[in-house]
Design a protein around this ligand. Structure first.
Ligand code: F0G
Length: 407
């Protein structure tokens, strides 16, 4: 039996209870009964499902009651990459890049949405909504289209990257450009869910996080279930940080791994309320006016704060910050390696470099840095900052020779 449990007070609700939060205001999370299979049997079972969705391959740990009627693109099955120039730039020796930009809509959000829309359909939702810096809305749009449901997104006007806005429009999402930041959008989304009866699919929704856990399951499987020393992840609204902590604890409890990697959550310096709290031993929650070039993580009041604190504590994790300049430098290296990612994603590699320089991550450690979104999500961040400029010429060989002669 699966059920929803309040992360704050422990109260339990049925799996299909549509409420968004506990009566006490706490966020809900899903608990599934542990499979009767041993860790070794589960590993073999997951291994035998090579060709299904990289989310539903782990269905016993994601949504065992889903049955076969799932809303799937399919998603996941993203590559774990070695890029020597990125490894060298970070000062690492054993760095892997888990490239979630290879999901169908170009970000890890698809992993959460396949579960979110599957559940939305189960409970008979008639419309779905989210607040978003762009990627959640894009994933919502694609999966709502698959499920045949109308979708609504609240996005911060002027702070959504072009690729994402394009997807919102193309997938037919009713897109509201809110004159305010992401945090204001999220408040408005909460109010709309209450007042208008739309089903909210932000990462406070526990079904989203069940899907996002599979980033961790999949990278562990790709490493033959030999856990890395660190998993480094960009942190904004803290859904992923929370999902990663839950995934690791469950992977250990279900016998898939015997040792927990440490989580490093990386925030942009100008949008770092979680890092502020971490420095104070999580004594209190902070809220800031966010400012960063990495628009995906331009968030000042992260919703999954409590759950993310637990993830950091349980994995002996750390939280740190990187400057916009470091993010753009890391991004340029990742891009030039042919991998490419959007600015927020590069925070994981910039954060890896910082933590290695500070001796927190050992130089010989095995590190998996998660690249959360695709390069083409934010083309303007390249055209604005890359020193590599296209050169206009006449259709004449002489012009080509002239350009190539220049150093
Ligand atoms: N990287 C990318 C590319 C994102 O889109 C996001 C969040 C994050 C990192 C941060 O993850 O919120 O789980 O800590 N994007 C959300 C959105 C806010 O609306 O697309 P988080």
């Amino acid at each position: 039996m699966s059920r929803q449990v309040c992360a704050a007070c422990g109260r339990e609700y049925a799996e299909t209870d549509p409420r968004l939060q506990c009566e006490c205001g706490g966020l809900l999370e899903l608990r599934h009964d542990r499979s009767s299979l041993s860790g070794a049997k589960l590993r073999a079972l997951f291994g035998s499902r090579a060709f299904v969705s990289g989310v539903w391959r782990y269905r016993e740990m994601v949504l065992p009651t889903a049955g076969d009627d799932v809303v799937t693109y399919p998603e996941g099955n993203t590559p774990l990459l070695r890029r020597p120039t990125v490894t060298a730039w970070a000062g690492a020796t054993d760095l892997w890049l888990k490239h979630e930009g290879h999901n169908p809509t170009g970000s890890f959000k698809d992993r959460g949405m396949t579960v979110g829309l599957t559940h939305a359909r189960r409970i008979g939702a008639t419309a779905v909504a989210c607040a978003s810096t762009g990627n959640t809305g894009a994933a919502l749009g694609a999966y709502a289209a698959l499920a045949g449901l109308p979708a609504l997104a609240f996005v911060p006007k002027g702070h959504v990257a072009l690729g994402k806005l394009t997807q919102l429009v193309a997938y037919g999402v009713r897109t509201l450009l809110v004159r305010g930041n992401f945090d204001a959008c999220l408040e408005l989304a909460y109010a709309s869910a209450d007042g208008l009866g739309v089903y909210l699919l932000n990462s406070i929704n526990p079904f989203r996080l069940e899907g996002q856990k599979t980033i961790v399951f999949e990278l562990l499987q790709q490493l033959d279930w030999e856990p890395p020393d660190w998993i480094v992840v960009p942190a904004g609204n803290l859904g992923n940080t929370a999902a990663f902590g839950k995934a690791l604890a469950e992977a250990r409890d279900w016998g898939l791994i015997s040792r927990l990697p440490r989580i490093a959550a990386i925030q942009a310096e100008g949008a770092a309320p979680f890092a502020l709290s971490y420095r104070e031993g999580f004594a209190r929650r902070h809220q800031v006016e966010p400012q960063t070039v990495a628009s995906a993580i331009r968030i000042g009041n992260p919703a999954s704060y409590e759950r993310a604190v637990r993830a950091i504590r349980e994995t002996d994790g750390v939280v740190t910050t990187v400057s916009d300049a470091d993010i753009l430098e890391a991004k340029a290296v990742i891009d030039a390696a042919g991998a490419g990612c959007e600015p927020a994603s590069a925070a994981s590699v910039a954060g890896t470099r910082r933590l290695i320089r500070e001796g927190i991550i050992g130089a010989g450690a095995r590190v998996v840095a998660v690249l959360t979104g695709h390069l083409l999500k934010d083309p303007e961040s390249v055209t604005q900052y890359s020193p590599n400029r296209p050169i206009e010429i006449e259709p004449r060989l002489a012009d080509v020779e002239r350009v190539l002669a220049k150093k």
